[in-house]
Design a protein around this ligand. Structure first.
Ligand SMILES: Cc1ncc(COP(=O)(O)O)c(C=O)c1O
Length: 509
């Protein structure tokens, strides 16, 4: 594994600027502590007066006073600002040439990445299990996508990553020159792909590599964690610091790697940032990223303790002999070179129930909220430094198992819910996603939709893999799958016209 990307020596031009500082958060606090007369936005003015009383009571007056808008003297106005320093520290921490703070999640980062690589050309190879925000980026940027399919564990309905060989084949079979590749690693289930080899394949074909590492912002901060993809040759890396790196929800990062594409991508990313960011970016979110980076860089001991804790949690689950973790099996797949220990994909088939029903009942009856479910699996994640009572989850699973077994005896039948059908293959791409998105459209019934070209992007959650892209023909198999997910206890389909998937928006013939 390559060395952790960080050094805590600070910048030579700013000797005091070390990784134990959080310059943006510090500047914000300083501004909030002054007795200033604010005659500007935000209207709450950082006080509990007037209609802000409810805000102050709910969030606390200090939280309000930190809500300082952009372009503020001493924080981010002008050059060499505390915000610039915070961005530089973040770039150094993750091993990037340049880093952007994002206040609209990795979703913003994916749209930025698509817009930026659009300046290289329109041919892009995309992992089919792309996050829907990258599909939106394809539409925005007018890209022409080809697909590389991830390895799929059919039994558990889990999509992993892609191998260098399958990427090479997908690049070769794309009808136009491929100028960028978009891949996701780690997966939703914690499987880590071989970024170094994938970068070699992309670069030798003349394509830039975007890594959607939304789930991997903590990688590279401990020798026992996978390396940061930024240090493994990726050109653009997107990370949701809010997912596992401890910052507030919606805060994220986009990194530009120090690669052969950096000179061309940097100005394109700067423009894409302007196009996707609010002009009133939220200060709490940016301070939260600054603080998360400081913690990751200075808390090696806490991460070590957390890793030890997670080993024990894993052992506790395995010791049940009923609810084993699938992570070990992942390493048998050709596309998986490592796993994220903080993700726990737990096989819950021993309960006699499907994963979606288990997840719903855990929430309703036991006040327990795992991250997601598949037909056979619950995925839990444990934030760094957290020590949740995993015994409580195991006990709840046991209660469900015993209840199901008793019911089966009474009913003389199976209480297990119906597993979802397996992921359908994509329909033919009849026009580019952008052409379809802007085409004249009409609403048709499910029966009429078969063979028609979709205007919408439809992604069944969980796990959120786009099943239909704008421009693709809708198949009967896909409609069956989407309707089954929509009817399952915790499923919904993003982009659907109606919740039961009875109608579809298609290109008018
Ligand atoms: C692979 C992947 N990329 C991007 C995103 C979007 O991240 P965010 O919620 O930070 O916008 C997600 C969200 O779950 C994701 O799973």
């Amino acid at each position: 594994m390559p060395p952790a990307p960080h050094s805590s020596s600070g910048s030579p031009t700013h000797p005091a600027l070390t990784q134990s500082r959080a310059p943006y958060a510090e500047a914000l606090e300083h501004a909030a502590d002054r007795n200033s007369l604010f005659l500007s936005t935000p209207g709450h003015g950082g006080t509990s007066e007037g209609i802000s009383a409810g805000q102050a009571e709910f969030f606390g007056e200090h939280t309000l006073s930190l809500d300082i808008p952009p372009l503020f003297d001493g924080i981010d106005l002008g050059s060499h600002t505390p915000k610039d320093e915070a961005l530089r520290l973040a770039a150094e921490a993750w091993g990037a040439r340049r880093t952007w703070f994002l206040t609209n999640g990795s979703s913003q980062g994916n749209r930025m990445a698509a817009l930026a690589v659009g300046t290289l050309g329109s041919g892009v190879v995309t992992q089919r299990s792309a996050h829907s925000s990258f599909v939106d980026g394809i539409v925005l940027a007018g890209l022409n996508p080809g697909f590389v399919y991830p390895n799929v564990d059919e039994v558990n309905g889990i999509a992993h990553g892609v191998t260098p060989d399958s990427l090479r084949r997908a690049i070769r079979s794309h009808p136009e020159p491929v100028t960028a590749v978009y891949l996701v690693t780690p997966s939703y289930f914690g499987a880590v792909a071989d970024v170094e080899s994938l970068a070699e394949v992309a670069h030798s074909a003349g394509a830039a590599l975007i890594i959607d590492a939304a789930w991997g912002a903590h990688f590279g901060f401990h020798p026992d964690l996978p390396a940061s993809p930024v240090t493994q040759g990726a050109d653009i890396v997107i990370m949701s610091t809010h997912k596992l790196a401890g910052s507030l929800t919606q805060s994220a990062l986009l990194h530009l790697g120090d690669t052969e594409f950096a000179d061309r991508l940097e100005p394109a990313l700067a423009r894409a940032f302007m196009m996707t960011a609010s002009t009133s970016e939220n200060a709490h979110l940016m301070a939260s990223i600054d603080l998360a980076r400081r913690e990751l860089m200075t808390s090696t001991e806490a991460i070590t303790d957390s890793l030890e804790n997670i080993r024990q949690v894993r052992a506790q689950i395995e010791a049940t002999d009923r609810y084993h973790l699938l992570s070990g099996e992942f390493l048998g797949h050709a596309d998986v070179v490592d796993i994220d220990p903080f993700r726990l994909p737990i096989d819950i088939t021993a309960t006699g129930l499907d994963g979606h029903t288990v997840r719903k009942r855990l929430a309703e009856e036991f006040d327990i909220f795992p991250e997601m479910s598949t037909a056979t699996t619950l995925v839990a994640l444990i934030g760094i430094g957290k020590s949740p009572d995993i015994g409580r989850l195991i006990e709840a699973l046991e209660t469900l198992r015993l209840e199901t077994a008793a019911q089966e005896t009474t009913d003389a039948g199976s209480a297990a819910g119906d597993a979802l059908p397996s992921l359908p293959m994509a329909g033919r791409l009849a026009m580019t996603p952008r052409e379809a998105y802007f085409a004249d459209s009409e609403l048709v019934t499910a029966a009429e939709a078969v063979g028609r070209v979709s205007v919408s992007s439809l992604a069944a959650y969980p796990p959120g893999i786009p099943n239909v892209l704008p421009g693709e023909e809708i198949t009967a198999e896909t409609i069956g799958f989407l309707q089954a997910v929509a009817a399952s206890p915790s499923g919904h389909v993003r982009g659907a016209v109606d919740p039961a998937l009875e109608t579809y928006r298609v290109v008018r013939n």
